[in-house]
Write a protein that binds this ligand. Sequence first.
Ligand code: AR6
Length: 535
Amino acid sequence: NWEPTKPWKGKPLDKLNKTPDCQPKDQVPKLEQNENHTVCVQTPFKWMPDALPVPFPSQYRDVWDNNHVRMPCSNQNEYPVEAAAGPTVERRWDMIQKALKADIRGPFELEEAILSYNQRYANKWNFSALHHFLTKFLTKEEREDFFSCTLPEMVRLALKLRLLCTKPIPLLRKDKAHKLTLSQQQIACLLANAFFCTFPRRNSRSRTAEYSSYPDINFNSLFQGQPNQRKIQKLKCIIHYFNRVLHEMPSGLVTFSRQVLNHKRHWETEMDLLKDLHVSSAGTIEDDGKGMLQVDFANKYLGGGVLGHGCVQEEIRFVICPELIVSRLFTEVLADNESLVMTGCEQYSEYTGYADSFEWARNHVDETPRDPWGRRCTEVVAIDALVFRNDYNRQFKRQSVVRELNKAYCGFMSNTKEANKPAVCTGNWGCGAFGGDKELKSMIQLMAASVAKRDVCYFTFDDTRLVEKLHGIHAYLQREEKTIGDIMGMIDRYNTQVVGHSHRRPSVGLFDYIHEQWEGEPLQTSGHSDFSYPQ
Ligand code: AR6
């Protein structure tokens, strides 16, 4: 059955569980507000393609406290101003409305408007990247179109905040599992506010600031600094998103769910066997992982450098699916035992390249089916790996391995029946910017997914050797019925016998070591696939 040109091995992609097909049609859970789930639209909810969800409650409820997002439109959002009679405070939403309703005809007026209600940052922020984007990157027609159509519409959308986001938005805080469901329209409105940098208390970089344990949400950091390709292309994606939603507002919902793993697992005694694996050197998580649980190689501050300089897997995902960016508004830094699952985001852009070569390519029409709540059947799970850039060998220590197993498991766990769980779609998690070891990290993800009772679809991102190796060791461990506990024991032995206290990278890879320990010889990888699935 072996075909030399085939980029993949293992279980065929079409045999892996995917939503909506793997989910029961008859028992659809009701969308309802409860103590674990904040729903910001009217329920009972029935998704209809042409009707926008109705915000709930019907009137804006003004809550200004530690447990909710401090809204720009709150009556309690005040700002110090210098008046003729001396210093005073003004309602900031009035200042924002006044500034944004003015005639903004060019980049300088836009900058001035944003700074008028962010006076404290007038000498700290600069808008070089935004200026460059608007004046050098866009063509004359595009620029005119932006200032005459897109921007006024973005302003209108942002200023509808009190009409659209009527329910106080809870902060998804550390140690508390909670779900939040917003409409795509509410998200667009919040993102328009983020673009205009209206969110209060979110600008300070001080360690003691109220929101120091949250990612940035105001877009000023995207606008500032040297105008380089990364920022320009990211701005292109963002403006494209606004053009799309302003032209036709999407009508679905998106749910953000903070998951907390409360009970530590005992990995060394885990009796589960490895679930199935599809491993391929071709394909990406977002393009080829349709209907699976797609891993976001996250930063513990969600979205990482999306509003800054970063431009790798997470940041790219966030700019082609900008609804993910709103998670930064309310998701506190992830702890070791936490993850965030985001269900229903839409893809608006396609791209080429990666990092410095990243470029917006074209519009993307997302045809992913919707679930009964009107959410696109796209589930993205943010899990942040540990950073091993400066200390490669530390990752093999028991403590690090257990941390990464728990983190991955916390992302993959779900209390739906095994048959209804979509496969995990992942790749070299933690092995790019964070400097992890691909063999160790792929094995950790396989182990965590297996205990969470899910198959794995693994994209090696062109690494053909890893396809061979991972498939080889997986086939061997499955055939020999090695348990997760057995594998955990082997990783431990590898750490003591091969890695030891040395600072040099280990000379024998983990997979060869495991195979050699049990079979007396390293893994034979070139050649045939060991087992075949019915096609
Ligand atoms: N599909 C499959 N694999 C991919 C894709 C894709 N779309 N994109 C990249 N890879 P990295 P990390 C592979 O560096 O090490 C961000 O700033 C490719 O082999 O994004 O966990 C976050 O905010 C790449 O080298 O993840 C964090 O701060 C590898 O996945 C930090 O990076 C790892 O991608 C996380 O770094």
